[in-house]
Design a protein around this ligand. Structure first.
Ligand code: GLA
Length: 382
């Protein structure tokens, strides 16, 4: 059912606007965004649809076909919710961030949500929900700041309302995606562009379904480790404003100054940034074998240096890269569970992956969910 149908059914009248925003894949540039480096991602061909109308009063009602009840809030007192209603913090947080940034809401609103994104698959359904909400509210109330500002407001909603200290990767990809292209974000300047992806590239996602119980706190821990290391390194390189301002050689030169795990985290970041640059070059040259090697090297670095992989992700990457048609594979997103992304030729099929899936099921007691996805268009009103 479309979001408009869900809206009409739930609220008893027709919505005024409809919007859509896609999920994303992190192609390469792992834990680089909040360190100011460049990242490559993609919007995919699945996402979140919203339908909305302004109300006559200052009430807010949000409903998702994936979660039972209508959540109600007051436009003038938006505060994060807990328990079953916590999913609504994403759309409420967007309204909150918009208001904080000077958007004047003349009334409250009703909003309905549908999605064809598999939840918890590391495809950032949260950013898709945020951007789709932002597009819908922008249409309703005439806030049109452009995609870069919308992406930033949505990140602010996630950071300061939902309470997840993510970077701009997810929101940027959802806002700036294009079919047949990767989204390149310079996270220091917060500028967004796209680079063409060779037509023959296919993406497969293998979702472990595993979500580390400490996922959010481990993400925040890694972020703090990077910040602490930067503080130390700035004693030697005072001009560095973020880890992306340092080269791997500079980091190696200060090996003795850093705690062992800080050294590993920083080296992952600086080397990953170098891999992003090399990936862009290899894509320009159409050298997909090289791109695949860089994806695998990125995973290896997550595994050994950043320590945000896990046995399930490693198992999938190790098995997938030996299969015909697979250029490369790596964990996609924050890590500590989630999904593996494989870049393949068009000839790759689920049948080719079957022995790897069977071996995985044997080892871990359940099979990963497997699906193929393509690049898609970014957030928009429908
Ligand atoms: C999550 C975050 C992103 C980014 C990645 C890791 O997806 O939401 O901002 O930090 O992890 O690269």
């Amino acid at each position: 059912m479309s979001a408009a149908d869900v809206f009409a059914q739930k609220f008893g009248y027709a919505p005024k606007v409809r919007a859509y925003a896609p999920g994303r894949l992190e192609f390469i540039g792992n834990h680089v965004d909040y360190n100011g480096g460049p990242v490559l991602g993609a919007a995919i061909d699945r996402g979140v649809e919203t339908a909305a109308s302004a109300r006559a009063d200052r009430k807010v009602r949000v409903y998702s076909s994936h979660f039972g009840a209508v959540v109600e809030a007051d436009m003038d007192h938006l505060t994060p919710l807990t328990g079953e209603a916590a999913w609504a913090n994403y759309p409420l947080g967007v309204a909150w961030a918009m208001a904080k940034n000077g958007c004047v809401f003349p009334t409250g609103f009703d909003l309905a949500v549908t999605s064809d994104l598999p939840g918890g698959a590391g495809l950032s359904s949260s950013a898709a929900l945020e951007l789709s909400t932002a597009m819908a509210l922008g249409g309703l109330f005439g806030f049109e700041p452009g995609p870069a500002v919308l992406a930033r407001w949505c990140q602010q909603a996630e950071n300061d309302f939902v309470g997840v200290p993510c970077g701009i990767l997810d929101q940027g990809c959802s806002a700036f995606g294009h079919a047949g292209r990767l989204v390149l974000i310079d996270c220091r300047k917060e500028t967004f562009s796209t680079v063409p992806l060779p037509e023959s590239v296919r993406f497969w996602v293998f979702n472990t379904g595993k979500k580390h119980a400490l996922l959010d706190s481990l993400y925040a821990t890694r972020r703090r480790e990077c910040e602490a290391a930067l503080e130390t390194l700035r004693r030697f390189y005072p001009e560095a404003k973020c880890l992306a301002d340092l080269t791997s050689q500079q980091v190696k030169d200060q090996f003795a100054q850093l705690l062992p795990e800080q050294y590993q985290r920083v080296l992952h970041v600086t080397q990953e940034i170098e891999r992003v640059h090399r990936t862009i070059q290899a894509l320009e040259q159409g050298n997909l074998a090289e791109v695949g090697c860089l994806l695998v090297a990125s995973h290896q670095s997550s595994r050994e240096l950043f320590e945000n992989s896990c046995a399930e992700l490693d198992f999938l990457v190790d098995h997938l890269v030996s299969l015909p048609g697979v250029w490369g594979a790596r964990l996609t997103g924050g890590g500590f569970g989630g999904a593996v992304l494989a870049m393949t030729t068009p000839e790759f099929t689920a049948e080719i992956a079957a022995p790897a899936i069977a071996a995985y099921a044997e080892r871990f007691g359940h099979a990963p969910t497997v699906f193929t996805t393509r690049t898609g268009e970014g957030a928009r009103r429908m």
